[in-house]
Design a protein around this ligand. Sequence first.
Ligand code: HEM
Length: 494
Amino acid sequence: MKHLFRSTFMTRFGPAAAITTPVSTSSPRALRDLPGPRAWPWVGNSLQVDRHRVHQQLEAWSRRYGPLMRVDLAGMEMMVVSDHAVIAAALKARPDQFRRPSRMQAIVREMGIADGVFLAEGAHWLQQRRMVMGSFAPNQIRHYFPALRQVTSRLQARWQRAADQQAPIDLQADLMRFTVDAVSGLAFGVEVDTLSSDGDVIQQHLDRIFPALWQRLNALVPYWRWVRLPRDRALSHSVRAVNEAIGVFMRDARVRLQDPARRLAPPNLLEAMLVAADEPGSGMRDADVAGNVFTMLLAGEDTTATSLSWMIYLLSRHPVAWQRARDEVDRVLGPLATWQVDDLARLDWLEACIHETMRLKPVGPVNVLEAVQDTELAGVHLPAGAAVMLLMRQDGVRESMFPHAQDFRPERWLGDGAGLAPDHARRVAMPFGAGPRICPGRYLAMLEIKLAAAMLLKSFDVISVDTPDGREACEHLDLTMVPEGVTMRLRLRA
Ligand code: HEM
């Protein structure tokens, strides 16, 4: 099948550069013709990268070899793209031209986790996506706001206890409790109170999954199919524990759904999915529902907590920006119990701080796609099954796009006249992805970040935000890019 369509974009390749097309008439370059670091036999470039810093190595190579290059990682030759226009085009060409990597889907299934909307493909994905979008729409989140405020006050109480005891706070871990509690209420109608407990909570099991997935995705040999190391046994235990908890959520939701009125208007994602699964010929099974509950817990937890951690860290290093955020919060908001969604919408400076944080420290600095069919991307031929790695940060920290690109300058998101207009800037930075698979949780995430940050600014003085070695926080990639070992000390605000 030759030449179906050709889309053109203005990029640094010139106005007529074809960005995505399923096989064009002109002769495209082959993957092996792209520049890239020299690969060793069998191991390729795998031994030249540390899997927790692979994004930094790829970014360094892309500065050297250009916006389109070739690397060979984890036994796969892949095209690596850092040009935002090409990235956006590839993301938009889903689900027909590109999908998420089938290798990721296989590894997740092997772990005992059913597909949810993140890993589903084709018609199955579309069906789940529609349902998920309904539950995360801004008006749903508005209804849920009082519960989110309640979760925020539990975080406040937790941090108050730490302040009273002058104890250091493990920032990432506490924020993950906050985000698990926040998403559980909205998506499943279940109050999972991990914030009030120090015991064995679901969040501790979830914490094992992203690192294990990242380690397996990067493995040259799938050793776990033959040998189970202690970490593999711990992973199985955690997946089982989360699946059991999900089983309880589903059982309780089915009991609630005995109310016919609730069946007619299911108030949360879990109940909506169960009602849909019960429809004859729906194609949705209980396993799909369970897969989506797992997906929401995973996708909603780490990402939001990590963005918050990075923002608190960056604000702590920029006292002028911190003070401006605090002044804004003091001006706009009264006591926590009185906050409304519309009040939070007026925190323009805080919102600019979130965008600036996600530009410098995107949770997902790499996103990987796989060609569904023989296709072409920016003039490079990709056979079906070829992997394309997208470097999501590179153009966002390019001086030509963002003057003083390495600096934390939230004012650029308020249209200060320097650099790109905010709307265009968002299309370059893309922290939530782009196209039909853009993050459905983005409104919820922004609200959670604002709530937790505003609560912190309003209630506490930060004594310190520390890294393990007193230097700049290290970016540790375990599927998401987390600030390594950051702790915070608080004092109750006078
Ligand atoms: C700051 C927080 C967050 C960030 C930075 C973030 C980022 C992302 C990114 C980059 C993607 C991939 C998009 C693409 O491939 O184009 C994604 C997908 C997804 N996110 Fe988020 N996310 C966040 C919060 C959340 C929350 C709170 C939820 C839900 C509770 C969520 C649920 C999902 C789901 C279900 C997908 C898969 C969508 C699909 O494949 O159709 N995310 N997110």
